[in-house]
Design a protein around this ligand. Structure first.
Ligand code: NAP
Length: 217
């Protein structure tokens, strides 16, 4: 697949690395061409100016700080439809640094803002929970990546990209579930900053289908 990545930071570089290893063709761009070049060099991707990142992409990852989302989507031409019809992966966490509280009005999710700023894009909330290192470092068991979105084809594509970096996709529902996924990330971040291992704060509740694999998109 051709994947466009908007953003040149830690998560962008990690997923670019993982997807390059899986054989995908990655274009990466951000507001700093120098940082785009560095991220491309580190990950095996190609750097491109932001307006060109998504032009021929089969899927796009939006990997910037939440306060930069509107700027980079504007620079990519999203408000005028440049991402229409494309799966747009939103991993952003609009949380207060060190505290984990969501910085959005009640009921709103970053994924909803993203969908408004990128008309026609098939937004999928995914990759917001695990640290970026999870996608470049071998692990003893695969991470389950809870995700949500309204377009079945986009969920299928993003699900395959999850598998390509060693994860197992689990679709929670439509984009109306995004706030829940974002709150969970805030909860995990809050515990981590409080010095608690988040895994110890979650009960080992058996799945109702314990012997089955998680739902696949
Ligand atoms: N890192 C993780 O483990 C992880 C895990 C899950 C989700 N996430 C989410 O993924 C997103 C990226 O995280 P990260 O850790 O990769 O962050 P990061 O390393 O700090 O990189 C942030 C990126 O956002 C860009 N940016 C910031 N403000 C911008 C603006 N106004 N306009 C355009 N670009 C702007 C930065 O550009 P400059 O370099 O020019 O500042 C940089 O490319 C965040 O929303 C984060 O919540 C991260």
């Amino acid at each position: 697949m051709r994947i466009g990545i908007l953003g040149t930071g830690t998560l962008a570089t990690a997923l670019a690395t993982g997807w390059t290893r899986a054989g995908h063709d990655i274009s990466i761009g951000g507001r700093s061409p120098e940082r785009a070049d560095a991220a491309a060099k580190a990950s095996g991707a190609h750097s491109r100016p932001v307006p060109e990142v998504a032009v021929d992409a089969d899927a796009v990852l939006l990997s910037v700080h939440w306060q930069g989302v509107a700027d980079i989507l504007r620079a990519a031409g999203a408000p005028t439809g440049s991402l229409a019809g494309k799966p747009l992966i939103d991993p952003t966490n609009a949380v207060e640094h060190g505290i984990g509280v969501l910085q959005l009005q009640s009921g709103r999710a970053m994924a909803h803002h993203v969908a408004e700023l990128a008309p026609g894009a098939q937004v999928v909330k995914a990759f917001q929970l695990f640290p970026s290192t999870r996608w470049t470092t071998p692990a003893s068991s695969p991470a389950t990546v809870a995700m949500c979105g309204d377009d079945p084809r986009a969920l299928e594509i993003v699900g395959s990209l999850v598998r390509d970096v060693g994860g197992v996709p689990a679709v929670l529902g439509g984009l109306d579930r995004a706030r829940q996924l974002e709150e969970v990330a805030g909860f995990v971040i809050a515990l981590a900053f409080a010095g608690v291992d988040p895994q110890l704060a979650i009960p080992a509740v058996p799945s109702s289908r314990a012997n089955e694999t998680p739902p696949q998109p």
